[in-house]
Write a protein that binds this ligand. Structure first.
Ligand code: FUL
Length: 697
């Protein structure tokens, strides 16, 4: 009998076709758990919420933190109802204020008026997360503008003590968020000075990370350089193709400059698995500002973020900043629900259900690797080819003709990220016609293409090694048309355009809602005064309308002249700063030896009542030469100058380079406006401006 069993065992071993070997770096079990998530919330809440700042200086008083109706149960309910799976909270942001009664500092809610200092937001949030079945993550800012010892070894002990509190007192933590920012100056216990640290050594990351491993072995650690998940390199919520989950991690450290683009793509064949988390805020800023109540991301925008995060080999962390009441604002809730409705509707019916699938090759002709596994919804089963077959295709046959316009592709990432190149073809009148293509897939890739009526889709894969596909889904998602862009050039000419395929545009200038009865945009027109343009795009093919875009243009710029005390870089003329085109930028020459701060002076051609200004830094994904510290002066005649603002900072302009809109404390009548760059972001002695404007209304 024993011999017979042995014989059977040998036979079955011989018949067994070995699975493909893993390729390159592969995810850890904790990363695989994280890859099962898609979408979760970020909460930015601190004294900044009350002082209207993005980066607190560290001198805010605990009394400043005084929410009138704080209700973390509301946060968790909103998050759950939005279809999100967890919450990462700024337990401590750069201002050093702790949202829990930390033993190690007085700069915490224990000295705030909220609940007479007896409350603990993290404890309440833990309970709320448990109630709604959400995960909880902690953001603990390494940079601390409040702590007197920041910059010395003592602060590292303090930082680690706080980390231990967060990881031992609040249950299971799924993610720890370490930010890379260090803007230099701060309160630092009253020192009011600049403290720069060496990002490569100061935090002794290996030992700091060990604390997380020891206390919360399942938690993933985020930073702009991993070790478990990485930043995507922008704060607009966009991953692009290619997006490799691999990186040569040792070449990076948190807070390293000039790596944003590389973080965006990852490193093909990088030796560590460090996939991307895609972050953005539902509003322009990370903290709540009343002035942004009407700037909540539109449904179109959020859908675009969805395809470029969840659909681009990343997870999506969307920030919902509680307001001064301590509640997630109604406008934010509305936008979240609209996105939820779209996602539920768009991906409710998968056309691979009931479809037949065939493949150009199946590994060893073995049933465990057959093509059916690519549509069986079991993420642990997969279709694989023989080792020597790197190019392969699948055909999905729906038997009837159907309208489709989106596809989900997933690699079996336990065996690495193997595919570099894919295309999708649809059978149109008996011939396969390409409808979309791309480079990387990874854990999850959603591809949206123009609607096609077809009974068969063919998906071609190009592997770096043999492809291994765990899942494919096919959808017909609602058609959308993106918001148009409205621009006015220096001479007052207004253009309306967009990236959408076949739009027509209608617009108004009187504040009314555009419709098919409004003026149709056919060619650029002139707007020679300040005014508002509202525009909407429509799909020519079928009535679908975009959301309305509202652009306000201040006084015309035709008579403006602009000068600087620093020469311009040859390729980036100074006129770029006022040409109305955010894609063109002025760069001064770079010279860190000249100690004079660089300035730009606008001659507005006439005297105007100035209430503020706008500054847009370069928009090309880099941040060198962005103005960080600045001074504003105005003048009536150009000989004597009045200082309006001095030594101010554009907080977070490195990571979130959106338009900075700054109001003056009062109105100044002036013909001349001057901005001086006291310090650029990396103190390299240069300056850039994509657009500079004044606010007269
Ligand atoms: C950045 C920080 O400086 C911002 O304030 C915000 O917390 C964002 C998520 O990360 O780098």
């Amino acid at each position: 009998m024993k011999k017979f069993i042995l014989f059977l065992l040998i036979c079955s071993c011989q018949n067994r076709v070995e699975p493909p070997e893993a390729y390159g770096a592969v995810p850890s079990e904790r990363q695989l758990e994280w890859h099962k998530l898609k979408y979760y919330a970020f909460i930015h809440f601190s004294p900044n919420t009350f002082t209207n700042k993005e980066w607190g200086y560290g001198d805010e008083l605990p009394e400043d933190f005084n929410p009138s109706a704080l209700d973390v149960d509301q946060w968790a309910r909103v998050v759950k109802e939005a279809g999100m799976e967890g919450i990462v909270i700024t337990a401590k942001h750069h201002d050093g204020f702790a949202l829990w009664p930390s033993k190690y500092t007085e700069h915490s809610i224990k000295n705030s008026p909220w609940k007479d200092g007896k409350g603990d937001i993290l404890k309440d949030l833990r309970e709320a997360c448990d109630k709604y079945g959400l995960r909880l993550g902690m953001y603990l800012s390494p940079w601390d503008r409040n702590h007197p010892e920041y910059g010395t070894p003592e602060y590292i002990t303090y930082f680690r003590n706080q980390l231990r509190e967060l990881l031992t007192e609040y249950g299971d933590i799924y993610e720890v968020w370490f930010d890379g920012a260090n803007g230099g100056d701060g309160y630092y216990g009253g020192a009011n000075e600049t403290r720069k640290i060496d990002n490569t050594t100061y935090y002794d990351w290996n030992n700091t990370r060990n604390i997380v491993r020891e206390l919360q072995p399942n938690a993933v650690m985020f930073s702009d350089a991993g070790p478990d998940i990485r930043w995507i390199g922008n704060e607009q919520g966009y991953a692009y193709d290619p997006n490799w989950a691999t990186m040569n991690g040792e070449e990076f450290y948190p807070g390293m400059n000039g790596i944003n683009k590389r973080l965006g793509t990852g490193d093909e064949d990088g030796n560590l698995w460090i996939p991307a988390e895609v972050n953005t805020s539902i509003r322009p800023g990370w903290f709540y500002h009343k002035a942004e109540d009407n700037k909540v991301k539109s449904l179109n925008q959020l859908i675009d973020n969805w395809y470029h995060s969840v659909g681009m080999n990343g997870n999506f962390i969307l920030n919902l900043p509680p307001d001064k009441r301590g509640l997630i604002h109604e406008n934010d809730i509305k936008a979240l629900q609209e996105l939820k409705d779209y996602v539920d509707k768009a991906f409710s019916f998968d056309y691979t259900d009931g479809a037949e699938v065939s493949a150009s090759n199946t590994r060893g002709n073995a049933s465990e690797y057959k093509e059916g596994h690519a549509i069986d919804k079991d993420m642990e089963s997969y279709w694989a080819t023989d080792d020597i077959v790197l190019d392969a295709f699948l055909i999905i046959d729906f038997s009837d003709k159907i309208d489709v316009n989106a596809l989900l592709l997933q690699e079996y990432i336990r065996l690495g990220q193997r595919i570099k190149g894919f295309s999708i073809e649809a059978d149109v009148d008996g011939k396969f016609v390409e409808v979309a293509n791309g480079i990387t897939i990874g854990n999850r890739r959603l591809i949206k293409f123009k609607k096609v009526l077809t009974s068969k889709l063919k998906i071609n894969f190009k592997g770096k090694v043999s492809p291994v596909i765990s899942n494919i889904e096919v959808y017909r998602v609602p058609e959308m048309i993106g918001k148009p862009k409205v621009r006015r050039n220096k001479h007052g000419k207004v253009t309306i355009f967009s990236d959408s395929p076949d739009p027509i545009y209608y617009y108004t200038t009187d504040g009314s809602e555009p419709s098919l009865n409004s003026k149709k945009f056919t060619k650029p027109f002139v707007l020679n005064e300040s005014g508002q343009i509202r525009a909407k795009a429509y799909l020519t093919s079928g009535g679908v309308a975009s959301e309305t875009v509202i652009e306000y243009f201040d006084i015309p710029r035709a008579n403006w002249t602009i000068t600087s005390n620093r020469e311009s870089n040859d390729y980036y003329p100074i006129e770029n700063a006022i040409d109305g085109n955010p894609e063109s930028t002025w760069f001064s020459v770079k010279n860190d030896k000249i100690r004079d701060a660089i300035n730009l002076t606008l001659d507005l051609g006439d005297i105007f009542p100035l209430n503020g200004f706008t500054y847009l830094p370069r928009q090309d994904g880099r941040n060198e030469a962005n103005v960080f510290k600045y001074k504003i002066e105005v003048s009536k005649k150009g000989n004597s100058w009045t200082t309006v603002l001095d030594n101010k900072e554009f907080s977070n302009i490195g990571n979130n380079p959106i338009q900075q809109k700054v109001f003056f404390p009062k109105t100044y009548e002036a013909k001349y406006f001057r901005i001086t760059c006291i310090d650029d972001l990396h103190s390299e002695g240069w300056m850039n401006v994509s657009e500079l404007g004044v606010i007269t209304k």
